[in-house]
Design a protein around this ligand. Structure first.
Ligand SMILES: [Mg+2]
Length: 338
C-alpha cells in the first residue's frame, strides 16, 4: 500500500451511483416571481428559470448505494484521473475545533501528490478569512482563494447581478464580512438588541429601511420572531431572497442542531415566497462559481463530503469524476449496515 493510500484510509468511498440526467439538474435556482420595487435599475433581470424546491429535498437513497469500501482499494489508479479535490469541512475535516483524525495528513499527502484542493462549505457562520485562520490552527496553510463558503457564494450572487442596494441579514458574522468585502452595504441589524416579541400594532408600524433590496438568510443562533417578521415584510415589499444553504440541521454529537435551512424555511413560509437563489451546495450557482470563477473541471474532480443531500448530490449533479462519503459527520457508518 502506498503512503498516499495509507493516508487516505480515514476517507471511505462509495461505489459510483448512476449519473442523474441533465434534465434532473436544476439549471437555475431563480424564482422569477419576485421583483424589487425599490430600484429595478440596480437589479438586471435574472433568467426566469423555475426554482425547483423539490430538488433540494431529494437525495440519493441509502438503498441505491452499495456498501462503502475503502478508497485505498483503488488507489492510486483511480486518483490518476483526478486533478482536483473539493472537500466539505464540518464533519469531514473537523468537528468543532478539532481536526478529524487523519484529515490534515490526507490533505497534505494529496498536495504532495500534486492535487489541487478546494474547500467548499455550506457553513455561513464564518468568512473565508476566518477559515484560513482555522486551517492554520489545525496545521495546514490554505489560501483564501481555495475556500468557497456559502456566505461568500451568497454575496457573490448579489455582486454578479450588480446589486447596489442594502442587504438585510439573518445570520452570523461570516455573512456580514463577506458582503462587506464585496462592497455590498449591510442594512441596519433588526432584532438583535430589541425584544423579539412583537404585537400586531408593532408589526403594522414596522417599516423596511430605505434602500434595502435583498435579504440574506443563513444559520442564525439568535434567530427570533422580530427578525422573521422583518424579513417577511422585506420580501412582501419586493426584496430579493438569498438563502445561503439548505442544510436543515447539523449533527452535534448524537443530536441535530437546527441549521440555515430551518431559518430559510421559516422565512419562506412566513412570506409565502421561494428564495431567488440558494447559494450553497448543491445549487447551480455554486457550480457556476466553481467552474467559471475558479476554473474547476468537474469531470476531473472528486467531491468529498459527509452529507448525501448537499455534498454528494452536488458531485453527482455536476458530473464529478468521483464522490466520497466520509461517514464521519451527518451520515455515519451506522446508516449503512453491512
Ligand atoms: Mg459537512
Amino acid at each position: 500500500m502506498s503512503s498516499l493510500s495509507r493516508s487516505l484510509l480515514p476517507l471511505r468511498a462509495l461505489r459510483p451511483l448512476p449519473r442523474l440526467s441533465a434534465k434532473s439538474y436544476p439549471k437555475s435556482w431563480v424564482n422569477p416571481g419576485s421583483k424589487s420595487a425599490l430600484s429595478a435599475a440596480c437589479k438586471p433581470a435574472v433568467s426566469a428559470k423555475k426554482f425547483s424546491a423539490n430538488a433540494l429535498k431529494a437525495e440519493p437513497s441509502a438503498e441505491a448505494i452499495v456498501h462503502p469500501r475503502y478508497l485505498d482499494e483503488h488507489v492510486p489508479g483511480e486518483l490518476d484521473s483526478i486533478d482536483t479535490f473539493i472537500f466539505d469541512c464540518d464533519g469531514v475535516l473537523w468537528k468543532g475545533g478539532n481536526a478529524i483524525n487523519g484529515s490534515i495528513e490526507a490533505l497534505t499527502a494529496l498536495r504532495r501528490a500534486g492535487k489541487q484542493l478546494f474547500f467548499v462549505t455550506n457553513n455561513s457562520a464564518h468568512s473565508r478569512a476566518e477559515m484560513v485562520q482555522k486551517f492554520s490552527r489545525l496545521g495546514l496553510d490554505v489560501e483564501k482563494t481555495e475556500i468557497i463558503g456559502a456566505a461568500y457564494a451568497a454575496a457573490a450572487w448579489l455582486k454578479a447581478r450588480n446589486f447596489c442596494e442594502k442587504a438585510y441579514v439573518i445570520g452570523e458574522r461570516g455573512i456580514y464580512d463577506e458582503l462587506e468585502e464585496l462592497g455590498i452595504e449591510v442594512a441596519t441589524r433588526i432584532g438583535d438588541a430589541d425584544s423579539s416579541e412583537m404585537t400586531d400594532a408593532e408589526f403594522i408600524e414596522l417599516e423596511v429601511e430605505e434602500g434595502v433590496g435583498a435579504i440574506v438568510v443563513g444559520g442564525d443562533s439568535a434567530f427570533n420572531y422580530r427578525k422573521l417578521a422583518y424579513a417577511s415584510l422585506c420580501l412582501q415589499q419586493g426584496c430579493w431572497f438569498v438563502a445561503t444553504n439548505p442544510d436543515a440541521a447539523d449533527r452535534i454529537g448524537s443530536r441535530l442542531k437546527p441549521g440555515a435551512g430551518a431559518m430559510v424555511a421559516a422565512v419562506k413560509e412566513a412570506a409565502q415566497c421561494e428564495p431567488n437563489v440558494i447559494a450553497g451546495k448543491p445549487s447551480s450557482w455554486l457550480l457556476e462559481l466553481l467552474e467559471n470563477e475558479y476554473g474547476i473541471k468537474m469531470s476531473r474532480t472528486a467531491v468529498v463530503g459527509d452529507r448525501l443531500d448537499t455534498d454528494i448530490r452536488m458531485g453527482r449533479l455536476s458530473g464529478a469524476a468521483m464522490t466520497v462519503l466520509t461517514l464521519s459527520g451527518v451520515r455515519i457508518v451506522a446508516h449503512f449496515p453491512p
